[in-house]
Ligand binder design. Structure first.
Ligand SMILES: *Cc1c(COP(=O)(O)O)cnc(C)c1O
Length: 396
């Protein structure tokens, strides 16, 4: 069987504007006119395909980007949101009601962790956090009222790999759904093709890759996306975190170079991993056979995009981490900044930044060292030179 190729699927889409414009024109409009009153009424009730009503529901520019994302994921449909967090929170809230239970990976994005552990309490939704690599403990956490299993393909910042096919079987056996945040591994892994029900993204990161906006996406079946934007009961339609069409248009252009960028991010990170190994530095990267999730990721990935652009090193103490990060910034390795997937290398001390919402004892339990420095490796042309600069910074 020919392997799934997300990049070719995007390439094969015939998407052009009404004047033949190869970059589809931006539909800069909040509302849409009708020549017949009945068509408007039918559109309102979701009975007409291809008619636009109001941009919080659908906008042609958002539809182009959503269709391209669905092609990339191999899902029937997608919907784009104003941030990754709005994609995640809408997908979660659309599935649950008061009294329900969620099983979630413990090592997830700090904002998602805070939403699940703090905000969800207001609505009497119980969440059990588990070590997602331990399938037995995931199953033991499931209760009769479990509606969802939530995880990230590659968890932040420990780069643990989720066994999506097994988690999906487990969820479905208990009448629950599996939601997967695939922000770290677009193109590399296609969660819905492996059994996930819903894939969510922060497009702020690799997908857009330019750090000029925040944006998100939800990919799933057509039925699910329609229910998410139903005018009477759709969580996304009623909470309204729609993406601006101008932004959709610019993200769509960047999506067309995602495959090239992913390959380069991965190749550079793999190079650094191999060099870190050669100098005996403690590091974490799923592209080396020593990583506990290496074989699992290999079994799930689409060929050709590598093992991703995220790598972390353990500098033991936060003081040392600060010193090395400051030296790296001065020497031009990249920027001391949160976020990832940018063309320049970004690095930060996870425990003091993007994972700071996670309490110290849980950080400790998940093996998050206070000296952990996470790199989002950039598109550097000469990664050997970058390695030398990192090495110099380590010796400061
Ligand atoms: C950044 C990030 C988010 C949140 O996305 P925003 O676009 O900042 O709202 C969610 N999940 C992961 C894995 C992320 O890295």
């Amino acid at each position: 069987m020919k392997s799934f190729d997300p990049a070719s699927n995007i390439q094969d889409l015939l998407q052009f504007g009404e004047y033949g414009d190869v970059n589809p024109s931006i539909t800069d409009s909040a509302t849409f006119t009708f020549m017949q009153a009945k068509t408007m009424a039918d559109t309102f009730h979701g009975e007409t395909e291809g008619c636009y009503l109001y941009s919080r529901h659908w906008n042609p520019s958002n539809k182009y980007l959503s269709d391209a994302l669905a092609a990339m994921e191999g899902t029937e449909a997608a919907w784009v949101t104003a941030s990754g967090m709005s994609a995640i929170t809408c997908a979660l809230m659309h599935e649950i009601k008061s009294g329900d239970h969620i099983v979630s990976a413990a090592t997830i994005y700090g904002g998602t962790f805070a939403f699940l552990s703090n905000w969800m309490k207001r609505f009497n939704v119980e969440v059990t956090f588990v070590n997602i690599s331990d399938l037995k403990s995931v199953e033991n956490a499931v209760k009769p009222n479990t509606r969802l299993i939530y995880t990230e393909t590659m968890t932040n910042p420990m780069l643990q790999i989720s066994d999506i096919p097994s988690l999906s079987k487990l969820a479905h056996k208990h009448g629950a759904k599996l939601i997967v945040d695939n922000t770290f591994t677009p193109m590399i892994v296609s969660p819905c093709r492996l059994g996930a029900d819903i894939t969510v993204y922060s497009m702020t990161k690799f997908i857009n890759g330019k750090n000029d906006c925040v944006a998100g996406a939800i990919c799933s079946t057509k039925e699910y996306i329609c229910s998410l934007i139903d005018v009477n009961s759709g969580t996304a339609m009623l909470l309204g975190p729609v993406l601006d069409p101008m932004r959709s248009s610019s993200i769509l252009k960047n999506l067309h170079t995602l495959h090239i960028r992913m390959k380069q991010h991965s190749a550079n990170a793999q190079y650094l991993a191999d060099r870190f190994k050669s100098i005996g530095l403690k590091f974490n990267y799923p592209g080396v056979p020593e990583h506990p999730g290496h074989e699992l990721l290999k079994s799930m990935m689409n060929p050709g995009f590598g093992f991703g652009g995220i790598i972390s090193i353990d500098l033991e103490t936060s003081e040392r981490a600060s010193k090395v990060m400051e030296a790296m910034e001065i020497k031009g390795v990249g920027y001391l900044a949160v976020s990832l997937g940018y063309f320049k290398t970004l690095f930060s001390n996870s425990g003091k930044s993007t994972s700071s919402e996670i309490p110290d004892d849980i950080q400790h339990e998940m093996g998050l060292s206070e000296g952990l420095v996470r790199f989002s490796v950039g598109l550097d042309n000469d990664i050997e030179r970058t390695f030398e600069l990192i090495k110099e910074s380590l010796n400061e």
